[in-house]
Design a protein around this ligand. Sequence first.
Ligand code: ASP
Length: 325
Amino acid sequence: MAAPARSQSSLNFVLVIHGGAGVIPKEDLTPEKEKATRATLDAALLAGHSVLARGGKSLDAVIAAIKILEDSPLFNAGKGSVLTAEGTVGMDASIMDGATHKAGACADVKHVKNPIELARLVMDKTPHVLLAGDGAERLAKEHGLQLMSADYFITEHRKLQLLRIQKQAMEKARKAGEKKVQANSLESIGTVGAVALDKHGNLAAGTSTGGMVNKRFGRVGDSPIIGAGTYAHNLTCAVSGTGHGEFFLRGVVCYDIAAKMEYQGVALTNAADDVVMRKLKDAGGRGGVIALDTKGNVAMPFNTEGMYRGVIRADGKPWTAIRKE
Ligand code: ASP
């Protein structure tokens, strides 16, 4: 079933979410797990919808939706984040306000229960855009954000995933006669993001992730980088990306979509399709985006096998999909 069309209602508010793009190994997505994943996507959509329906801000809707996904062990953000090559967690998140063009982000945090809330704090409470590591965690502490021990974030599933991927990487390196094993596996579906348009006509975007499995300790991807992994401006669109971060960084993917709209007058869907299905793909980058404009048009292109995604409009009926439809 196709995503619900743009509504003609004056209450033209919309929330779009993603739960990551990538390969979906059959053994990973059992019918039970698919059911649980879709139920969590529904819960995130409904949480954001309730903010928007009562006239709340798109920024608050984005945070409400992302928090639900961060708290679920099923997604690669917050609890359930993927593991670094050393078996630790390092989380990145960002948020951007389309009305004010303000943005906040945090990178490589290890104890903050909801990194998206910390991104908001960076935006609201500091003159900066991005705080990393200990400095970011200090801000979280100063403002009473919930901090957790490292164990809280690490699930059994992620431990097994890391072992499997390290074994595969070693095998590959052995066959190729290489001494060095390549870090950074693409098998990392589960990053989360949201874009919203509120009743006041304002856009917002946010993204949160544990990054890529088997990444080097200290590696930071595209998700906390404004323009690469997240972007919002009322003039054009709100975008959140997911996929191989290094390619999103080099292609400044989310901003590229907005730039096509601004400078070439290209419509949202065409701009998002061109960037994800042609430019990113031709460069060798795998992933997808969710994008939304101030008219409520939605684009969700991905060049991978699947992308967990969902849309909810004023009628309050959540729509979700995983593979191509
Ligand atoms: N883009 C994220 C990163 O590279 C990972 C993902 O979206 O799956 O950190």
